[in-house]
Design a protein around this ligand. Structure first.
Ligand SMILES: [Zn+2]
Length: 409
């Protein structure tokens, strides 16, 4: 691979959404038929282990050959009468192949290592049904149609999907129906193209690499981002605001919860629960918004690597004095979402050690004194405290990968 060449990749995420149907019985019957089919092919494959030498696709073909009538109507040796759509059977066969391969993989391991028990053959089949095209259609915002067996025939039935919207980008792969005790979930995999999956050590060799250092704060500035050239030269800086607003909104709700606690619990219970949901929603909203702004900034400034300070335990680091619903505590969630969004844009997030990110001057490395939101170093360099921190975090990342820092002081 060329050092500067971008390597495109793919990444699959799975959206899990509640499925509501008025035809739960049919869905259950269909799911049973699916598992009966898995079982049949599972057992058949144990009688025909030579097929396992083949690729999954060819293995499926061979299994079909020995169980399905030929075009001329001849019945093969293992033919069995089964009224199932082609794509349900194929999904079930692939499931069976997967399970049998897993069995032999485990068996192999147990032969090599005496501490590992040999696996036992499956006797109960309870797989989640994968829907190939032909088993579902008209997947749209909030809805889907499924092909189900109603006891007599296969028919299309509509179902509702909670909070589901067709993603703007990415390819939707075969969904899986997951039957829970009291409800049904649909797992929908989405395959996305990643612009650049080059590992960090290769991309950091590039002379023109740009790194973004990010500091998080408990002030109105949720995050301070500095986009740097490989020499440490500042390209652009942004402050992502909203910390005070977030603090005020959560404070209000926390105040109401406190009031409710003093009231009669049984009256207040429902409201009380709603308040906690509200708190969660507000936090989610800000985490999404802030992470989106950071990633947009990085894309605009052609950043390929994001550097943040490694903080294992935020409680330990900042103390409980700041409160769980304060901006700095949202750091973890912002980073989680930022990583995901950055990855989709081909940007990697990496960490540097958190020592000295705040208390050294990024220009001259001398010790910094903090005065509110300002910092002044021993040699008199003044800067915004968090800007200085973000610069250090960015520069530390560049140094870690052997870049020569040339700052104009
Ligand atoms: Zn200085």
């Amino acid at each position: 691979m060329e050092e500067n060449e971008k390597k495109v990749g793919f990444y699959t995420t799975t959206r899990k959404v509640r499925l509501y149907t008025n035809n739960l019985e049919y869905l259950k019957i269909t799911n049973e038929i699916y598992n009966e089919t898995v079982e049949k092919y599972y057992n058949l494959l144990f009688e025909n282990t030579q097929f396992l030498e083949l690729s999954n696709q060819n293995c499926l073909r061979e299994l079909e050959k020995i169980t399905i009538k030929s075009k001329t109507g001849e019945k093969p040796k293992d033919y069995f009468e089964q009224n199932v759509p082609l794509y349900l059977r194929r999904a079930a066969i692939n499931e069976a192949i997967g399970q049998v391969r897993t069995y032999f993989g485990l068996l192999e391991n147990s032969k090599k290592n005496k501490n590992i028990k040999p696996p036992s053959k499956a006797t109960r089949f309870n797989s989640s049904m994968t829907l190939y095209k032909g088993m579902y259609r008209n997947l749209a915002d909030g809805k889907i149609e499924l092909k189900l067996f109603d006891g007599n025939d296969w028919k299309w039935f509509g179902a509702k999907l909670k909070d589901w919207q067709i993603p703007e980008e990415g390819e939707i792969l075969s969904p899986t129906v997951v039957m829970k005790k009291d409800y049904v979930m649909l797992h929908i995999p989405i395959k996305q193209r990643i612009e650049d999956v080059t590992p960090i050590k290769y991309r950091m060799k590039d002379e023109n690499i740009r790194v973004c250092g990010i500091a998080f704060s408990n002030s109105d500035k949720f995050a301070i981002c500095v986009a740097l050239q490989s020499t440490g030269k500042l390209v652009k800086c942004i402050f992502v605001p909203g910390g005070d607003e977030y603090k005020n909104r959560t404070k209000q709700i926390l105040g109401r919860i406190k009031k409710h606690r003093q009231k009669n619990w049984s009256y207040a219970e429902k409201d009380h629960k709603n308040y906690w949901i509200k708190l969660k929603n507000i936090s989610e909203h800000y985490a999404h918004e802030i992470s989106r702004k950071i990633v947009d900034f990085c894309v605009e400034n052609k950043v390929q690597v994001i550097s943040i300070a490694e903080i294992k335990d935020i409680n330990e680091h900042f103390g409980k004095r700041v409160g769980i619903y304060s901006p700095i505590f949202l750091r973890k969630k912002i980073i989680e979402y930022m990583k995901y969004k950055a990855f989709k844009e081909g940007i990697i997030v990496t960490t540097v050690r958190s020592n000295y990110t705040g208390n050294r001057c990024y220009k001259c490395r001398s010790i910094v004194k903090r005065n509110g939101l300002k910092s002044v170093c021993e040699k008199g360099h003044q800067a915004d405290y968090f800007f200085n921190t973000a610069m250090n975090i960015g520069i530390m990342c560049l140094k870690k990968f052997g870049k020569k820092i040339k700052l104009e002081i």
